[in-house]
Design a protein around this ligand. Structure first.
Ligand code: 2BA
Length: 110
């Protein structure tokens, strides 16, 4: 058995959960925050049998879109130039999904 951990954008999460349910996959949706953008995203935990991993990955690929996000960088620390610092937003491409597939040592449902 594998545990698929998928970090996806909030905008895609409901559609992805629905798509997984339609295909008979169970998932758990966790509210998460990206370390870089410090913006909300969604982490899905999806436990599946090994042969089903490909189908789960196909669903994630089909539903989750990469998007451009604007980020305003913080003033550089210790440069002494904080007063003259003018923050310009930069564009960052946030991926459709960041996915980890890990082996499950044991699975129990009571
Ligand atoms: P964030 O950490 O908020 O990152 C959002 C996007 O910012 C990233 O998109 C990437 O395009 C950019 N980015 C992140 N760190 C950067 C850096 N040090 N320098 C320049 N640009 C950077 P994605 O790579 O698609 O990641 C989307 C979200 O997936 C991340 O949100 C984070 O929550 C998660 N993630 C990505 N890689 C991860 C990893 N190795 N471990 C755990 N979570 C990860």
């Amino acid at each position: 058995m594998k545990l698929v951990k998928a970090v996806v954008q909030d905008k895609d999460s409901s559609k992805l959960v629905e798509g997984l349910v339609e295909k008979g996959f169970r998932s758990t949706k966790l509210a998460s925050t990206g370390g870089f953008l410090k913006a909300g995203n969604t982490t899905l935990l999806i436990g599946v049998e090994d042969p089903e991993v490909g189908e789960v990955l196909s669903s994630i690929r089909a539903i989750c879109q990469a998007r451009e996000e604007l980020v305003t960088p913080m003033a550089p620390m210790g440069s002494g130039a904080v007063e003259s610092y003018i923050p310009y937003p930069i564009e960052v491409q946030v991926g459709g999904a960041t996915v980890f597939v890990v082996d499950v040592a044991q699975f129990h449902r009571y």
